[in-house]
Design a binder for this molecule. Structure first.
Ligand SMILES: Nc1ncnc2c1ncn2[C@@H]1O[C@H](COP(=O)(O)OP(=O)(O)OP(=O)(O)O)[C@@H](O)[C@H]1O
Ligand SMILES: [Mg+2]
Length: 280
C-alpha cells in the first residue's frame, strides 16, 4: 500500500512540476500546431480561477490563473467577474500557444446540484468556449492521481472536502467549512492584523515556522474532520490536495492527528485543475 501511494504521488509530481514551470509564464512546454486537439480545464475556485491546457494525450502544455473573489463556498457568486477573468486567461493562453482554444470542461463541488453545474457551464460558454463537461472536483482530482481506491482530502480556501473512492467510484463525500481562510483568520486574530496582512504573512516562506506554530490547531481540526468523516479508519492511501496545505510540516501534523499516513503531491493546488482538463 505504501509503495502504491508513493508511486501515485511520484507520477503526479512529474506533471505538477512541469505545470508549475509554465503556469503564468510566457511559453508553453512545447510548440503547438493548429491541427492538434487540445484539452482545457477550468477550475472556478474560492480564491483563484485556474485554467489548464493539455494535449490529446494529457501532457501539460500551458496553464494560468488569477486570484478572484467571484466564487464562494464553491458557488459562483459573481458571474460577470468570473467570465471576465476567464476571458483574460483564455486570450493570454491563446497568444502564448498560437492557436485558439475551442472547448473546455469545468467542475463543481460534489452535491451542489444541477443548478451550479449549469452556472459553471454558462461561465465557460460566456468566455467563448464550448463547455464539454462539468464533473465533480474530487473525481477530477482522483482521475489525475490515478486513485482507484483511497481518500482524497481537498483543502481549499473555504472548506475541507473528503471523498472516498472504491473501485474508481466516488462512494462517500462530505465538505466541512474549515479551509485556508480559517488559517488566515487565526493568524489575523493572533497578531491583530487585517486579513490581507495575515494572508501575505501566511505565504511568506521565511516566516513558515512561526506561521505554522500559530495555525497548527487548524491543521489538527482538518485532520479531526477527516477522521470523523472516515469513522477513524480512513481508506488508504489518503492523499491531501488544495492550496491550503502548502506548509512543510503540514503532512506530518495532519497524519499524526489523523492517526493514519497521508501524503501530498507537489503544488497541491493544481491537482484538481489538471484533472478537470482530462475530461475535456
Ligand atoms: N503558499 C501558500 N501557503 C499557504 N497557503 C496557501 C498558499 N498558497 C495558497 N494558499 C491558500 O490556499 C487556499 C486556496 O486553495 P485552492 O487554490 O486549492 O482553493 P480554491 O480551489 O480556490 O478554493 P475552494 O476549493 O475552497 O473553492 C487559500 O486559503 C490560500 O490562502
Ligand atoms: Mg478547489
Amino acid at each position: 500500500m505504501i509503495a502504491e501511494k508513493q508511486d501515485l504521488v511520484t507520477t503526479a509530481n512529474q506533471k505538477l512540476d512541469q505545470f508549475a514551470q509554465v503556469v503564468n509564464g510566457d511559453q508553453a512546454t512545447r510548440p503547438v500546431t493548429d491541427q492538434e486537439t487540445l484539452k482545457v480545464g477550468v477550475d472556478l475556485g474560492t480564491s483563484s480561477i485556474v485554467m489548464v491546457v493539455l494535449d490529446h494525450d494529457d501532457n501539460v502544455l500551458y496553464g494560468n490563473f488569477e486570484y478572484d473573489h467571484a466564487v464562494r463556498d464553491g458557488l459562483v457568486v459573481n458571474f460577470m467577474d468570473s467570465v471576465r477573468i476567464l476571458m483574460r486567461l483564455k486570450q493570454q493562453a491563446e497568444e502564448i500557444l498560437g492557436v485558439s482554444l475551442a472547448t473546455a470542461s469545468g467542475a463543481i463541488p460534489p452535491g451542489t446540484g444541477e443548478g451550479s453545474a449549469k452556472i459553471v457551464a454558462n461561465v465557460i460558454e460566456s468566455a467563448g468556449f464550448t463547455c464539454s463537461a462539468v464533473v465533480d472536483e474530487p473525481t477530477a482530482a482522483a482521475k489525475f492521481l490515478h486513485l482507484e481506491n483511497g481518500t482524497v482530502v481537498d483543502i481549499g480556501g473555504g472548506t475541507t472536502g473528503i471523498s472516498i473512492f472504491k473501485d474508481d467510484q466516488l462512494t462517500y463525500v462530505t465538505d466541512e467549512a474549515t479551509g485556508g481562510s480559517h488559517m488566515t483568520m487565526v493568524l489575523a486574530g493572533h497578531n491583530h492584523w487585517d486579513m490581507a496582512q495575515a494572508e501575505a504573512f501566511k505565504r511568506d516562506t521565511t516566516k513558515e515556522l512561526e506561521v505554522f506554530a500559530t495555525i497548527r490547531p487548524v491543521v489538527e481540526k482538518m485532520a479531526a474532520i477527516t477522521r470523523a468523516a472516515t469513522q477513524g479508519e480512513p481508506q488508504e492511501p489518503v492523499i491531501v490536495v488544495g492550496g491550503a496545505i502548502n506548509f512543510k510540516d503540514f503532512i506530518k501534523t495532519f497524519s499524526q492527528a489523523l492517526g493514519a499516513p497521508a501524503s501530498k503531491p507537489d503544488f497541491p493546488q493544481f491537482v484538481t485543475p489538471i484533472g478537470i482538463a482530462m475530461y475535456d
